[in-house]
Design a protein around this ligand. Sequence first.
Ligand code: NDP
Ligand code: OXD
Length: 306
Amino acid sequence: MKIHFCCTDFKAEPWIAALRAALPQAEIEVWTPGAPPGDYAVVWAPPQAFLDEQPQLKAVFNLGAGVDALTQLKLPLDARLVRLDDAGMSVQMAEYVVHALIRHFREFDGYEADVAQGKWSFRKPRLREDFPVGIMGLGVLGQRVARAVQAFEFPVVGWSRSPKQVPGVRCYAGAGQWPDFLAETRVLVCLLPLTDETRGILNRDSLSRLRPGAYLINVARGAHLVEEDLIPLLDAGQLAGATLDVFRQEPLPAGHPFWRHPKITITPHTAARTLRDESVAQIAAKIARLERGESIAGIVDPSKGY
Ligand code: NDP
Ligand code: OXD
């Protein structure tokens, strides 16, 4: 069995070593143009040239949960596209979102600023009932985040494509229930995949429908947000602030207004990192199942794009 590794932004050697250890019967190499045909590929944002040269691939394993970089490419006709299914990401996402939520709710930025000026000051306690958290996307990550937020006793609402029942979460689904979901939400968390339907979904219209003084946490993809719409909403006070982990262009260009806006907290696409051991174990187990003719979880549905 031959496996090609074709991942931009990943240091190849440790991944190749881990994959070889987990799949000792396989030949695993970093792809170079003109390489012989492989059975499987492990990829992150590969060039189209790689997929064009490897039409016989049985499955393409994405080293991440979001497959938007791949759905824009032409994939080999018979290859299944497989996403990472949690693989240690959901608990990271939960801690990131809870951190951003609590930092905003408890006004820790304000305390930090006061302390920096030597001020011993108190803020009036806020009621968590006034801060319902709305989670866009109730998939692997969204449901884990919902559980974490519930542990701190915030009301939680969720929105997905198909109707869902998640314990303790008031669930909305589809375009018809989108306005109701927004109207109930004070802290909006985006955990949608990036598809034609969700691109630009965080915009002036949708963000204006949130409860006044709402807070945005975007941890999905930068292109979900119409970036030009955010700052006017913050400056007008319709939004109280935003924590953004993802951006239309990454790295965020020098001089972009998000770097310095006082109501925006940014991080460099690090909310939930791909963990090597967990990812390799998951991919190796899935290859073994496919080789035995068994089904696997995490296959992307091309008609939905995630
Ligand atoms: P899943 O595929 O498991 O879940 C996606 C959820 O979004 C599902 O509930 C789905 O609905 C819902 N959804 C999809 N399209 C629509 C739509 N048009 N309208 C309403 N709901 C919709 O994905 P994950 O939870 O694993 O990951 C979510 C995203 O998080 C990834 O695609 C990626 O972009 C991002 N991510 C970001 C990371 C970071 O570090 N910042 C790390 C990892 C992922 P339904 O249940 O009905 O299918
Ligand atoms: C992912 C990501 O999709 O890291 O896994 O953003």
